[in-house]
Design a protein around this ligand. Structure first.
Ligand SMILES: Cc1cc2nc3c(=O)[nH]c(=O)nc-3n(C[C@H](O)[C@H](O)[C@H](O)COP(=O)(O)OP(=O)(O)OC[C@H]3O[C@@H](n4cnc5c(N)ncnc54)[C@H](O)[C@@H]3O)c2cc1C
Length: 330
């Protein structure tokens, strides 16, 4: 059976950066991706604009050319796809990894299509697959979504947008501009401070002029077919409602990490354990890369500051390989 030097789980920007770096170092590798190339980005809102400028999203110093300084989702799809295809990266798409275990010093990786053996594993599975649920009655109704794609669908509808961060604010503004009657429900006292600096004044002005209704310090109590019930400072409030966009953030797949044996902090941050110099976890030769490293603090890592993980990991793997080879040479 072939023993791979590295199996990379996840074909997002950082998994791709790891594949590119492994190829440059002459290591055998395969990226296993459960969806399409950069699956998370593919599932972002259609009109999404990054808060980072394009050069900050570049991997391996391959130029990312975008029309505006801050690229749009479709430009990012072009960029990362071209990196994969032009560099002939070894990637298997629509292949989901279900389990990883270590047997006799090697990893056994089981996907829904195949079984692999490798010396090293990199987990770069991001955080976009599991929404933070509100855990309220009615959350599973068909009219409730934790993902937002496009505003046209919501035109002339009463839409409640839950959340105060970029995803919620972008969705509220887009839906309002396509003729939806938008109510924004915010748990805290204000629009999030991390909202893109050129978008924040826009939403605040729309709220102040009354174009978008806002309920600060409010949470959802229950969702019904034609209404949504809030706990607000003035008591229980009911709004007529057609659709709910619950854009309350996402979290990494902690169950997957725990099953592998990666230690998580006991507090609410659930930070995975890894060496910040090498990205190696508490399991030898098993590394984490990309936004998954932040646990519940999903705003801590992004492409800009985590693309470096690919170099750190590959340097460590090469260093270990050298010491094994020089030991065997003696
Ligand atoms: C709306 C939004 C806007 C953002 N804007 C910016 C920005 O402007 N600048 C910035 O730097 N960052 C931004 N980020 C953060 C960053 O873009 C993303 O989090 C980025 O995708 C992280 O890259 P990643 O490779 O670590 O994870 P991901 O891109 O999430 O990739 C993980 C991949 O793993 C795959 N996967 C998961 N589980 C499995 C499995 N079991 N088997 C196989 N494959 C699996 C997924 O399908 C996915 O393709 C934004 C995030 C969001 C949500």
């Amino acid at each position: 059976m072939k023993i791979w030097d590295i199996i990379i789980v996840g074909g997002g920007p950082i998994g791709i950066a790891c594949g590119l770096e492994a190829k440059k170092k002459g290591l055998s590798y395969i990226i296993l991706e459960k969806g399409c190339i950069v699956n998370s980005l593919y599932n972002y809102p259609l009109n999404m604009q990054f808060f980072s400028s394009s050069e900050k999203l570049e991997i391996d110093e391959i130029p990312f050319i975008s029309i505006e300084a801050k690229p749009k989702r479709n430009e990012a799809l072009e960029y990362y796809r071209r990196i994969v295809t032009s560099n002939h990266l070894n990637i298997s798409l629509f292949e989901k990894v279900n389990s990883i275990s270590k047997i006799d010093g090697h990893f056994n990786i089981v996907s829904d299509k195949n079984t692999y053996t490798s010396t090293n594993v990199i987990i770069a599975t991001g955080f976009y697959d599991i929404p933070n649920r509100m855990n309220v009655p009615g959350e599973d109704l068909k009219k409730v979504s934790h993902y937002y794609k496009d505003p046209h669908f919501y035109s002339s509808q009463k839409v409640a947008v839950i959340g105060a961060s970029n995803s919620a604010i972008d969705a509220a503004l887009e839906c309002y501009r396509k003729g939806a009657d938008v109510s924004l429900i915010i748990r805290g006292p204000e629009v999030g401070q991390r909202v893109k600096y050129w978008v924040r004044p826009d939403i605040i002005n729309r709220i102040e002029e009354g174009s978008i209704k806002v309920f600060y310090n409010s949470t959802v109590k229950e969702i019904k077919e034609d209404e949504i019930i809030l706990n607000s400072p003035s008591g229980t409030t009911s709004l007529m409602n057609d659709y709910v966009l619950a854009l309350t953030g996402y979290m990494p797949n902690f169950e997957f990490l725990e099953k592998i044996g990666i230690q998580l902090s006991a507090d609410e941050k659930r930070l995975p354990q890894y060496d910040p110099e090498t990205m190696e976890t508490n399991i030898d030769n098993l590394y984490l890369a990309g936004v998954i490293c932040g646990g519940m603090e999903t705003h801590k890592w992004f492409i800009e500051n985590s693309r470096i993980h690919a170099h750190m990991i590959m340097d460590d793997i090469v260093k270990k390989n050298k010491s094994v080879n020089s030991y065997q040479d003696k």
